[in-house]
Design a protein around this ligand. Sequence first.
Ligand code: BGC
Length: 732
Amino acid sequence: MKKAAFVFFKITGILFGLLILIIAFAFLYALYNPDYDISPGAYHWEKGMSEKEIEDTARNLVSRMTLEEKVDQMDGDGGILGWVRLGIRFGILKRFNIQYAGRNTRLDIPPIAFSDGPRGITVGHSTCFPVAMARGATWDTDLERRVGNAIGQEARALGVNYFGGVCINLLRHPAWGRAQETYGEDPWLLGRMAVALTSGVQKNNVMACAKHYALNSIENSRLFVDVLVDERTLREVYLPHFKMFVDAGGASIMSAYNKVNGEHCGHNYHLLTEILREDWGFKGFVTSDWIEGIRNGVKAANAGMDVEMPLSMHYGKNLIEAVKNGKVKETQIDKMAQRIIRTKLKFVTRKDPITYTPDMVANEKHRLLAREVAEKSMVLLKNERTVLPLDPGKIKKLAVIGRLAAVGNTGDHGSSYFKPPYVITPLKGIRNYVGKNTDILYSDGQNVNEAKNMASQADAVIIIAGLDYHDEGEYITSGKGKQIGTGGDRKSLTLHPEDEVLIQAIASVNDRCIVGLMGGSAIIMEKWKKDVPAILMVWYPGMEGGNALARILFGDINPSGKLPFTIPVSEKQLPFFDPAAKTIEYGYYQGYTLFDHKNETPAFPFGFGLSYTAFQYDSLTTKISDGNIITLVNVTNTGDRAGTETVQLYIGFEDPPVERPGKLLRDFRKVRLEPGETKKIRLTLVVKDLARYDTGTGQWVIDPGEYRILVGPSSDNDKLISKTISIENESN
Ligand code: BGC
């Protein structure tokens, strides 16, 4: 008996020891990063090849590859152990490593080395920029190109050559959980910002990937919702920004999880082949959104999906099998391989413009850039009695109140999440700024009486209110559809009720009460908006956000951000939204086009943002020359501070033969003006930008007739000045 017990314990002990060893091995494996060299210098391919040479080289490679080798290009590297690594990294460490796909040493083909974005490179402790929505509020394409360049450099310093962070889903409704990852509600603004980010990233020989193609703008039901949309709406509203990305040479596109008109985007022949390749001539490759992006390998391959990410589930041996039994033609596999290899060769046959070193990650230059972006993104929504800027000489006691004032609130905790080296919170930024000159009183606002008491003693109060990753973000579910973690679509478009109570309580004891709002999209403020003199949209402002905020509050920086979306008075003004929708129809009108269409007045219009100075618009002229519509307008700074204005150009339609929106954004320019200075601003669009999509012929059509060119500081019709132009029978 004793002996039996001994043997039992011995075996159990050995098994237990083995289990510990396996777990330890799995952990080490998860932490281990294979660190493949992805720099062009590590590959023998001649640098500076022409497009034709690249095309021919890729074709030659494909012709020399076995079926297995070709299919190996089409999913992530790692096999079963790859899943172990992903599981541990995501489940326990909450961060992915670089995901590789398609490394072929025999033929010297580099792998894809993937990192997420958009607020920075997620596989390292990199620079955390303000979220994309905040960057959309800068309306500054040069700045976004610089952000792209910094992200591209950090990518390369960390061994990444594929950036999955150009998120350009159109914001149809502010409750969308991932609103913060995109640039706003207008296709033109989205497209311009995407092109800018892409050009900065790709300059560093990093392939940019635009996602999620297409119509992915409900989070909780993203894996199954079927978005119904008519062809005109699809082409005019939900796809122009993807086309702009393609036209600018964007390397890759990630498909969305949802269905469009009954078919999953990953299997959608119309989206992946007819539109993307046949109509737009896209030469790059498409990857699936992770794990659930493909449900049927045969359908996906035949529809034009090139790479299954992150690892093989439906491709790999299933795809080889499908070729062998004739369900997928080998010529289709060859086309897919050609697209993947051609694109990788394109990036590996360029010389690197600089040498990438680890010390580039979150270096001083990039941190200052993160601060500059935050400064240029914050939107001043209200400033009565010029409460702002604060005069540091006069503010002896300043109260900083709110549960978000002292936390590093950089946004969502889904795939875009990573830990930067530090985060300057609003409280820290204000403390850094005032030093010893001003007493800072801080309360997290949980005890309203304590906060009120503090506020009543202060010369001014800053309340930081809003949202965090609990309120909005990526919705991640277990296999059984149960939510893991936080985030998802927003349950409410207002602030938390306790924050509204806090704001009203503080405003009742201090009339110099400034509200700084954190969040990734519109917040309805009707309950308390009138009670406070100043409101500033702070967004999720990145690792330097607190410093940027302080510099705006105290007037070192004159705010210049403009809303990249409309803020409604009530949710009733918005399109129908259901986070649990199995089917939903996306209509032609959304954002400001819906407000124009229904003749509704928003709380704050698209494109709106105040400054510490004021701008005046006059002397508008417009003419057509060589297919271009050239518009000139004088903008004057009528105040006593230098400031930056975003001049916006919209087109309108006089008696169109087919219904058109009230107006559409077509160009914008940033201009910096000294006090009293006037500048003549030139805005251009091509006549083609007036076109509408004609479903009958499948063509873009420019109707002859009268068009309006409207210019001004926002989409508010009362603030736009206009001129009419006449278009005669232009061919498209
Ligand atoms: C997200 C993608 C992301 C991918 C990899 C997916 O759940 O939808 O945006 O790139 O995960 O992290």
